[in-house]
Design a protein around this ligand. Structure first.
Ligand code: NAD
Ligand code: ZN
Length: 277
């Protein structure tokens, strides 16, 4: 592991343009579970809460589910040391951009500046008609945002039904927020199944994927398309692929030049040690 961290640091130092590509795994240590697998969100709710047609069929019901199981846990989460290492690497000019599949906003909150949010963000709401976006906090009851349980030991602790009957009442009585401009219903500005990837995120990500000579993949299984194409494009353009994951992924055997099997925060701390040393 030490040797691999050293090798990864050397590759990053020698690269012309390093890009990070992250998935749900980098936020697990912030208490946000992945969707799939043991302890994942899909054990508690159906994946259909992310289908745009289900949302349009029943915005009120969808909003309550999304609020309880997705938006509030994400809005209350804090960046972990893995996000922080990436922010410092950008500041030192060691990485150019972070392309993330995550919707939790934690890269920006950790201080990363050039972040491409491929699947949108839970920090904002967008109007279904005029497409104006607004900060999510503006439309959510303050007591819900303030009911932060603080740091958590176990991911489950933060994502189960929220404690307290006041909070459950607020969720039960929550009405879908409406656009101040056109009065249409607002939806979380995350990319639902059946929706397109925001055009500029798609174009910029694929452009970086073609240009990078060192792609750092962190905590993604590589099964969600078209995001999963980003490492494939980079590899086809001869980029070095450094992968960090607790388990082998779709990329490990296929394209990874260096595979570090470890938690994101541990591997990134190890790499940073050799970058600065
Ligand atoms: P995924 O759930 O398919 O895969 C997560 C990967 O992270 C797995 O390969 C797992 O082995 C690895 N992992 C788990 N813990 C880790 C750790 N501590 N350190 C390093 N790796 C770890 O996630 P995905 O590939 O990102 O695709 C799922 C989709 O769902 C994406 O669109 C993603 O945006 C979305 N999602 C987002 C969040 C979030 O915003 N935090 C959370 C769950 C899912
Ligand atoms: Zn509108």
């Amino acid at each position: 592991m030490k040797e691999k961290n050293y090798e990864a640091a050397l590759t990053i130092k020698e690269a012309r343009l390093t890009i990070a590509f992250t998935g749900a795994g980098i936020s697990v240590e912030s208490g946000i579970p992945p969707f799939r697998g043991p302890g994942g969100l899909y054990e508690r709710v159906s994946p259909s809460i992310f289908e745009i047609d289900s949302f349009l069929d029943d915005p009120a019901g969808s909003w309550k589910m999304l609020l309880e199981y997705v938006l509030l846990p994400l809005l209350r989460a804090r960046p972990n040391p893995a996000h922080e290492v990436l922010a410092r690497m950008e500041e030192k000019g060691l990485i150019k951009a972070v392309i993330t599949q995550n919707i939790d906003g934690l890269h920006r909150r950790a201080g990363s500046r050039n972040v491409i949010e491929f699947h949108g963000t839970a920090d904002e709401l967008e109007c279904l008609r005029c497409r104006t976006t607004y900060p999510a906090e503006k439309f959510l009851p303050v007591p819900l945002l303030k009911s932060s349980p603080g740091p958590v030991e176990k991911p489950e602790a933060q994502t189960g039904p929220l404690p307290g009957s006041d909070v459950s009442d607020l969720i039960r009585n929550f009405e879908p927020p409406r656009c101040p401009r056109c009065k249409s219903i607002l939806k979380p500005a995350i990319v639902f199944f059946g929706e397109r990837i925001p055009e500029s995120a798609l174009a910029r990500s694929f452009d970086y994927a073609r240009k990078t000579d060192c792609l750092l993949i962190i905590g993604t299984s590589g099964v969600v398309y078209p995001a999963a194409m980003i490492p494939q494009i980079a590899a086809a353009n001869n980029a070095q692929i450094i992968e960090i994951n607790t388990e082998p992924s779709e990329y490990t055997e296929a394209i990874s030049s260096i595979f570090i099997q470890a938690k994101a925060s541990e591997a990134l701390a190890g790499i940073e040690h050799y970058l600065t040393g």
